[in-house]
Design a protein around this ligand. Structure first.
Ligand code: MN
Length: 244
């Protein structure tokens, strides 16, 4: 067993992006097989309409890849993104994945670290935060999941189209994390290492919070290759698996 942990986010897997599914297949049968832990920090899927959609071919294929890697010894934790927050116990059982709650506290090497999807840090986008609070409420989710699968998919399509249009009218800064929310997160959780995705702005940011040096790694979104963050015995590096 090696001490390698891997971090990925924002794959946005769907039938419409077969290259990313090929990259995920290469990643799960390659680097992930030799790792100890895999952390999926949200938006594994472009959308998730509910665990009763597990039989869709792509969903089934993703589950099989995760399950096979688990059988080879990989421990995978999943944190919900803003696209796949409806992933539930049935998916996790089928994929042999642990459903984690955000923020997830882990140790990277000897360093306490916090893992998030990242959307909760985008506090300048007040419209989105209102929407997020609504759809993360258990009562809303229960009512939504009670609708027929086809109706849920149609509603999700509508929300996605609306949000794509909305994005075009929003200043780029609003779509990024709020510096105060980032500082508060470091402060509240007493960590100096934060790893998240969501913004599709991969970078390694240095922050000083109350005189303390902190680092924030922003994961890359996927477009046909497999970019990931690797911790080998606590040393973090950005890696990218290119399609064969
Ligand atoms: Mn996201």
């Amino acid at each position: 067993m090696t001490g390698t942990d891997l971090f990925i986010a924002d794959l946005h897997l769907s039938e419409a992006t077969p290259a990313s599914m090929r990259a995920f297949t290469a990643f799960m049968t390659g680097p992930a097989r030799h790792a100890r832990r895999l952390f999926i920090l949200g938006d594994l899927f472009e959308y998730w309409a509910g665990d009763d959609d597990l039989d869709a071919p792509l969903n089934r294929a993703v589950c099989t890849l995760l399950r096979d890697a688990h059988q080879d010894g990989l421990e995978t934790s999943f944190l919900a993104g803003n696209r796949d927050f409806l992933i539930g116990a049935d998916f996790c059982r089928a994929a042999h994945v642990t459903l984690a709650t955000e923020p997830l506290r882990i140790t990277v090497g000897d360093t306490p670290a916090l893992l998030m999807h990242g959307d909760a840090l985008c506090t300048d986008d007040t419209d989105y935060q209102t929407f997020r609070a609504q759809v993360r409420a258990p009562a809303w989710q229960a009512a939504f999941l009670a609708k027929p699968l086809a109706e849920r998919k149609a509603i999700i399509e509508g929300v996605r189209a609306h949000s794509e249009r909305g994005k075009q009218n929003k200043p780029a800064q609003i779509m990024d994390v709020n510096p105060g929310a980032v500082a508060d997160t470091f402060r509240q959780h007493g960590v100096s290492l934060l790893i998240h995705g969501h913004t599709h702005r991969p970078a390694t940011h240095r922050h000083t919070v109350d005189g303390l040096a902190c680092t924030r790694w922003v994961l890359s979104d996927w477009h046909g290759s497999a970019p990931y963050l690797q911790s080998r015995d606590g040393v973090l590096s950005r890696e990218e698996l290119l399609p064969a």
